[in-house]
Design a protein around this ligand. Structure first.
Ligand SMILES: CC(C)(COP(=O)(O)OP(=O)(O)OC[C@H]1O[C@@H](n2cnc3c(N)ncnc32)[C@H](O)[C@@H]1OP(=O)(O)O)[C@@H](O)C(=O)NCCC(=O)NCCS
Length: 177
């Protein structure tokens, strides 16, 4: 009798390549798939990429990039998390949790004490569910014209035990990710 084969559970893997083509594979070719165009910001591409494949199809992504930040006048570094995306037809199945968890496992090997991300207000509860905390204060980020106020919400997560976000003015010393 043939054995019943259930599909393997999805796993997140490191991606060697993540370009506009791979992003479109997940999110399609819409003009503003992250819903952040209104912010009018220039963003940085990410350095390390994690993804979930179902069969031949890339269905989820999270990217990482180590960035300099000043908090309360002290320079440090954060691991920026960005480009978090799940294919529209597969949302609500835990794929963002899976791919962000894989990205953060790698982020813990990079040195900085904190992960940082920017998101639209409606996504704050989702990231809180994943262990992120919202910063209530203003955050400035670099743009071509100089530092500007980040109009999106800023969230952080500890990458190492006991890491606590320091008090003081927050300024990302680079374009946002
Ligand atoms: C945001 C996005 C990545 C979420 O992907 P997803 O696969 O649906 O998310 P998940 O199913 O993994 O949900 C993650 C967790 O948040 C929870 N969650 C989802 N919506 C929530 C809400 N409104 N309030 C509280 N928790 C919520 C889920 O229950 C899950 O928690 P659990 O694992 O404990 O059950 C997806 O909607 C997307 O690609 N959006 C477009 C691109 C975008 O805006 N990306 C964000 C850039 S910052």
């Amino acid at each position: 009798m043939a054995e019943h084969l259930s599909p393997a559970p999805p796993t997140a893997v490191r991606l060697t390549r993540y370009t506009k083509t791979e992003q479109s594979e997940i999110l399609g070719d819409g003009a503003d798939p992250f819903g952040v165009a209104h912010a009018g910001l220039t963003w940085l591409p990410k350095e390390d990429h994690f993804g979930i494949r179902l069969g031949d199809r890339l269905v989820a992504h999270a990217g990482l990039l180590v960035l300099p930040v000043s908090v309360g006048g002290t320079d440090t570094e954060v691991v920026g998390v960005g480009g978090v995306a799940v294919a529209p037809d597969l949302r609500g199945n835990g794929l963002a949790r899976l791919v962000v968890t894989a990205a953060l496992d790698h982020a813990r090997t990079l040195g900085p004490q904190y992960g940082l991300l920017f998101c639209r207000q409606p996504l704050v509860p989702l990231y809180q569910r994943l262990g992120w905390r919202a910063l209530e204060q203003d955050v400035h980020v670099e743009q071509h014209e100089g530092p500007v106020l980040m109009p999106l919400r800023t969230m952080w997560t500890p990458l190492h035990e006991g890491a606590n976000w320091p008090t003081g003015a927050v300024r990302l010393l680079s374009f946002p990710m």
